[in-house]
Ligand binder design. Structure first.
Ligand code: 1GP
Length: 233
């Protein structure tokens, strides 16, 4: 039985249609459980990329949007994110309102997710784009009640995010504290660069691990497979 799930993040800015489609095949063969598609700042058209992914893989394609413009009908579901660690009303509820009618029209499955940005060593794209202050990495006592509030508000998942390419991933202590306070699944991502670190995050309490950058930087099929095995075993 899998101990946790493994999601591979594909950033549409980082790959063209054919390259993304080829990557999707490898993601599926590696044993990963789903593909997250998205990023903080997109200029590419999502439709052809998502369509290409769908043609190559049976894996669920889950949108991971930076804002209400990052939508495509060629996906199975969308992380319907509210940036609950921040106090910017636009990312708490504004973008969600703008996207809601489109999501309904295209029958995309929304997965209500409490998204929490956790401080790393450097400023990340999501911090800059959202204009929000991350939760200090040494303050699990602040992170816990945020996650619990997400659960009480009816959200189905909590995502602890150090930011794409973060120098340091979310600390184990913070993952453990949050996991102890909630009963909904916990996703952890940002700055996870080795299968060993991924396994440590699972041991701390992560139900799903996300990697993106590391596969773009020195991606190989073997590395992806090692991540899937480390997260699953
Ligand atoms: C970013 O959590 C994801 O939103 C993945 O981060 O690119 O650092 O793996 P990385």
């Amino acid at each position: 039985m899998h101990k946790a799930g493994y999601f591979v993040l594909i950033d549409p800015e980082q790959c063209e249609v054919e390259k993304c489609a080829k990557l999707a095949l490898e993601v599926e063969r590696s044993g990963a459980d789903a593909i997250l598609l998205g990023g903080s700042f997109l200029t590419n058209d999502l439709d052809p990329i998502a369509k290409g992914l769908k043609q190559e893989t049976e894996l669920p394609i889950v949108l991971f949007p930076g804002d209400s413009m990052h939508l495509t009908p060629y996906a199975d579901a969308i992380l319907y994110i509210s940036l609950i660690s921040g106090r910017n009303p636009n990312y708490l509820i504004g973008e969600q309102v703008k996207a809601a009618p489109w999501i309904q029209r295209h029958a995309l499955k929304p997965i209500p997710t409490g998204y929490m940005l956790i401080e790393g060593d450097s400023r990340t794209s999501v911090e800059f784009m959202s204009g929000t202050i991350p939760i200090p990495r040494n303050k699990p006592d602040i992170a816990g009640p945020h996650a619990l509030a997400a659960e009480y508000l009816g959200m189905q998942m909590v995502y602890l995010e150090a930011g794409s390419g973060a120098a340091h991933p979310v600390p184990d202590e913070m993952i453990a504290t949050v996991k102890n306070q909630i009963s909904i699944p916990l996703i952890v991502g940002g700055g996870i660069r080795t299968p060993k670190i991924a396994a440590e995050k699972v041991a701390a309490g992560a139900d799903f691990i996300v990697t993106g950058n590391v596969l773009e930087e020195n991606g190989s099929f073997e590395l992806m497979q090692d991540f899937a095995n480390a997260v699953h075993s």
